[in-house]
Design a protein around this ligand. Structure first.
Ligand code: AMP
Ligand code: GLY
Length: 425
């Protein structure tokens, strides 16, 4: 088996780690990978969105299966190109990747399929958008429709703030083309969970539900980020809630995508807001595995991931996964200045030995010519602990995160606080 994983983050390191454990003898490749994937796979110096060179590499290395990690290459048609060349791919074609790349598209399909989601309207005209804001109750949410690296959704406490946000997106064009269409929607109360589904476009195999921590600061304060940590499973996500999500969210969305002529194959990520009565509404769909969710859900898969990837890549129904008991918690270590202006270059010192069940996934790291590991991006490392209990996983993740050293390191020492409070109650 020869497998290529496209991407360079903690998610891709976690995918390769899981694939290596299941396939000790496989030839694994990463494009471009990172210093953490280097011991697991051959890192090819090819950017994740360089479609031509990835297609050439898949040919040159006779790749049997390509797993595409990030949304950007999916949105520009990497999967289409590879499929057209007869390759097995995990990841949707560009038309189906619009579930993430166009919130306007995603909302339209959700409305058509009757999937619970915040009431919304879509605008390209500034004056019409401002008039809509003026008639909307507070708080409200303004979103750039296109891909904006996790920064495109702005929760606005007041209409004034929403007006400013609409002007910035539609007027000043702060997100470029991604913000030339905006979605304005009602604010949903509740607790967020991420449900990741492996799918052939019809059936789904669910990964354990995870909870991300989007805000930079402890207690969910400060600016939004790509995600500062996660845990899985989530007690709130009961079997009944997950089955309801399969029935009322995932299957109807997949059906709507098929009827739209844009069938979806790959990983459909439902970002859900669960209200006080345990009813889920969709906040967003993504067309890929989450980051940092992947770093907690894949370590809980004992076996079956490669088989399931292969099944959906061949258009067969997703096969079941065998899950491990216990819990996983990951703590993200971010660079100084993250999320606005991450500072690169600081030397990183990793602990010489890790507690049982702890893995450090690399994200924004580089190894320079003399072998020093350095910060090269906003999210630098993800420290995952798997343990028999949530509390133990939380402690080991937090303590190992504290032991990693680099200048300006930022991390949250309260990842999983909601779960901890739930378990105390
Ligand atoms: P999105 O880019 O749509 O995933 O939004 C990013 C984050 O903004 C979400 O994870 C939520 O925390 C928050 N958010 C987005 N839409 C809503 C909403 N309608 N109500 C409450 N929070 C939201
Ligand atoms: N952690 C959120 C995301 O991957 O979109």
């Amino acid at each position: 088996m020869r497998i290529l994983v496209v991407g360079s983050g903690g998610r891709e390191h976690a995918i390769l780690h899981a694939l290596r454990l299941e396939n000790p003898d496989a030839a694994l490749y990463a494009a471009p990978g990172n210093p953490g994937t280097a011991p697991l796979a051959a890192n090819l110096p090819i950017a994740a969105d360089d479609i031509d060179r990835i297609a050439d590499a898949a040919d040159a290395y006779a790749i049997d299966l390509v797993v595409i990690g990030p949304e950007a290459p999916l949105a520009i048609g990497l999967a289409d190109r590879l499929r057209a060349e007869g390759r097995r791919v995990v990841g949707p074609n560009a038309a189906a990747a619009q579930v993430e790349a166009s919130k306007a598209f995603s909302k339209r399909l959700m409305q058509k399929a009757g999937i619970r989601t915040a009431a919304s309207a879509t605008f390209t005209d500034l004056d019409l958008a401002l008039a809509y804001v003026d008639s909307h109750p507070e708080p409200l949410v303004v979103k750039a429709s296109g891909l904006a690296a996790g920064k495109g959704a702005v929760v606005c406490a007041t209409r004034g703030e929403a007006r400013d946000t609409v002007r910035a997106m539609l007027g000043a064009g702060i997100f470029g083309d991604a913000g030339r269409t905006v979605v304005i929607e009602a604010f949903l109360e509740g607790e967020e969970i991420s449900v990741l589904a492996l799918t052939d476009g019809h059936d789904v195999t669910l990964l354990p539900a995870a909870q991300d921590h989007k805000r930079l600061g402890a207690g969910d304060t400060g600016p939004n980020t790509g995600g500062m940590g996660a845990y899985a499973p989530v007690a709130l996500a009961t079997h009944a809630l997950l089955e309801r999500t399969r029935r009322d969210v995932l299957r109807p969305m997949l059906a709507a995508l098929r009827e739209n002529g844009t069938p979806f194959s790959g990983i459909l990520y439902a970002g859900l807001m669960v209200d006080r009565d345990g009813v889920p509404s969709v906040v967003e769909f993504n067309c890929r595995l989450g980051d940092p969710e992947t770093e907690v859900v894949l370590p809980l898969v004992e076996s079956g991931l490669s088989d399931c990837f292969l099944a959906i890549a061949e258009g067969r129904a997703p096969t079941p996964l065998r899950l491990r008991d216990g819990a996983a918690v990951t703590t993200v270590l971010a660079a100084a200045g993250y999320p606005d202006a991450p500072k690169k270059g600081a030397a990183i010192t990793l602990p010489t030995s890790l507690p049982e069940g702890v893995t450090i996934y690399h994200a924004g790291t580089v190894r320079d010519a003399d072998g020093t590991l350095r910060v090269s991006g906003g999210r630098v490392l993800a420290v995952t602990a798997v343990a028999p209990t949530f509390a133990e996983a939380q402690r080991r993740s937090r303590e190992t995160a504290a032991a990693v050293q680099f200048d300006g390191k930022q991390y949250r020492d309260d990842i999983g606080w909601r779960e901890a409070a739930r378990l105390r109650a």
